[in-house]
Structure formats: C-alpha cells, structure tokens
Design a protein around this ligand. Sequence first.
Ligand code: NDP
Ligand code: 8X3
Length: 250
Amino acid sequence: MKKTALITGATSGIGEATAYEFAKQGINLVLCGRRLQRLKTIEKALARLTDVHVLNFDVRDKDATFKAIANLPEDFKTIDILINNAGNAHGLDPIHNGSTDDWDAMMDINVKGLLYVSKAIIPQMTERKSGQIINIGSSAGKEVYPKGNVYCASKHAVLAITEGMRMDLNPYGIKVGAINPGLVETEFSKVRFKGDAVADNVYKGFKALQAKDIAEIIYFAVSRPPHVNIADLLVFPTAQANSSMVKKIG
Ligand code: NDP
Ligand code: 8X3
C-alpha cells in the first residue's frame, strides 16, 4: 500500500527536494505552498512518478489551513507522513533594531503555522494509531547566534513542540522527530535579506549543504522500520562547526 506524505513549503528548497525524493520512492504527495504556479510546475514534473495533489494556502491563515486540509480529495485524505517544513528567517538584526513585522512573520509561520497544520492532521493519525511527523528545525534551534534572536527562538520553539508532540503522541504509536540542518543553499537567505545582494555571500567560500542532502536524510527517517524513530538529528556541512564557525576558503 503506497503511503501519502503532506509536505509544507514544497515550492522551493528543502521541501521541493523532499517532494522529488519521495516521488522517486513512490510516496504519494500533497504539496503545499503559497506560490501556485510553482506547485503546478512541480506537480506536472512529478506526476509521472507518483500521485500528486497541490494545496495552495498560507500557513499563517488558520481558517485557510484547516479548510484546505479538510477538503482534500478522498484519495489524498489519509496522511501517513507529515513534513512540517514551511518556514523562513526575516532579517538578521540586533534585538534593539529588529522589525516587529519580521518578528511576527517568523513566529506566525515557523511556530503557529506549524501548529495549525499539525492540528489539522494529527486527529486522523491518533484515530488510526499510526503516522509520522517530521518537523524541520535548525541548528538555530539548538544554539542562539548573534542577531539570530527571534529566528533562533522560533526554531527553539519548534524543538520544544517536537518533544511535546513525541510525548503526547507516544500512546498512539505515532513517530515524531526533528531534523535540524545547518547552512543549506536554498532561497532561505534571499528571503531573510529581502532580496538584498548580501544573500549571495552567505554560501560563498565553502560547500554548503544542498536541499537534496536534507531530502535524502528525511527519506532515511521515513523509511526506517516501524520500531525505529529518528527523534532528533543535527546536520552541518563539513565546513561548518557551529552557528558562527564556518571554514571558508580564501
Ligand atoms: P526556502 O525559502 O527555499 O523554502 C521555504 C518554503 O516555505 C517555501 O516553499 C515557501 O513557499 C514556504 N513558506 C514560507 N512561508 C510560508 C507561508 N506563510 N505559508 C506557506 N508556506 C510558506 O527555504 P528552505 O528550504 O531553506 O527552508 C525550509 C525550512 O528549512 C524552513 O523551516 C527553514 O527555517 C529550515 N532551515 C533552513 C536552513 C537553511 O540554511 N536553508 C537551515 C535550517 C533550517 P511559498 O513561498 O510558496 O509559500
Ligand atoms: C538556518 C540556518 O544558521 O542560517 O536555520 O540560521 S542559519
């Protein structure tokens, strides 16, 4: 029986790469994001490998999130695997200069959005007494770095929520875990720096992780036998030792 995975933030970066990896492995997909055209392009590319349905909503919008998931077509209603990946950083500023709009965006998307999507899906998993949830945290969820303040707080929250979920869903046999990457070359820095040229320098002078590297790890986590749960995994590029120590060439 083929499994179905719902992936948030599937229009770029880690989420998109995970969609490709899962499709290759024959997992049916519900792909979510705000950029509908991208969702359609990815759906078209993957349709030859697996069954794909796209959901176009903003995870900040509680009603839209619940409505989209409640109205999934019959063939895609049963979600075996939830990948809570949608998220981003906005700004890199000392706390006294930070923008409250940036703070709202990070807490609303990375924390509250993850909770809304989870709340919309968990009841069917508890009912069936099966399922797996992987939350994409970050090395920033384990260690705060200068000017990372609110982004780091949002990812620390993701890890606290992951632990709470794992305890609360343990009686139902639902696997819950977090995968926490260091620097991954995606659209992350373009979003963080609002398209500013500084984003181009973030991954220069060393080999950053690629989205596919994380997608393969996510697939590893979902393909373990029933008695094995990857609870928490931290992955850096080899050049990175912690949040502020990266070995650059030149
Ligand atoms: P990208 O910017 O490439 O992808 C972010 C994804 O999140 C996009 O598909 C975007 O889709 C979606 N998204 C953002 N805001 C919303 C929203 N309000 N509603 C619905 N979807 C949304 O970055 P990454 O792939 O790097 O990021 C994925 C996750 O990985 C994030 O949680 C990030 O914090 C985490 N991470 C990233 C690291 C990195 O260095 N890149 C390292 C550690 C963790 P759309 O815009 O179409 O809605
Ligand atoms: C993304 C990694 O170091 O840019 O979560 O915060 S970092």
